[in-house]
Write a protein that binds this ligand. Sequence first.
Ligand code: SF4
Length: 198
Amino acid sequence: MSELLPISLVAEWVYCRRGAWLAHAAGAFQANEFTVDGELLHARVHSGGGGWERGRRQWRRVPVGSRRLGVVGYADLVEEGERGLVVVEYKRGPVREREGDRVQVALQALCLAEMTGRPVPEARIYYAGSRRRVVVPITADLEAKARAAVQGLREDLADPRPPSGRPGPRCAGCSHQGACLVAADGALRGFRWREWVE
Ligand code: SF4
């Protein structure tokens, strides 16, 4: 059986393949203001325990995994919905369209459905900066993307060299900048030494 991959790392791979490789293969994770903010948000969510909310049962920090999918992780919150179970993921910052977030909740939902035998037809992502929950239907298309991302990550991790990366706006908040050097390389290419010294 191949190694179980963290669901959060699959989400990171969707965001940046190089960053996921560095985080896993080289142990390059370094906290920054954004990751610390996210950790604090999750600590607040997980400290609440389980119970009932508006007549619905809830469970917090639920371990989820599937040997068939080859992934493992935690759902921040699981609650009973009208059509089955619902996973809720908490994110820092405002509402944003990020494929990695959708893949993350899709994998949590697939694991939970397999573990419990109950349907998990949709997930929610709560964006703390906007105080809004966004509904994510677990469609066949999203499920296929999630499975492909697991496979893609597995293939990248089997390669001893990191995938190439391109500098872009996403690099600004990246916790792997120190090890990645893509952003530094881009800055170096644009640097005009003569203009600077003359
Ligand atoms: S600095 Fe940019 S290219 Fe490098 S790992 Fe982070 S997001 Fe990816």
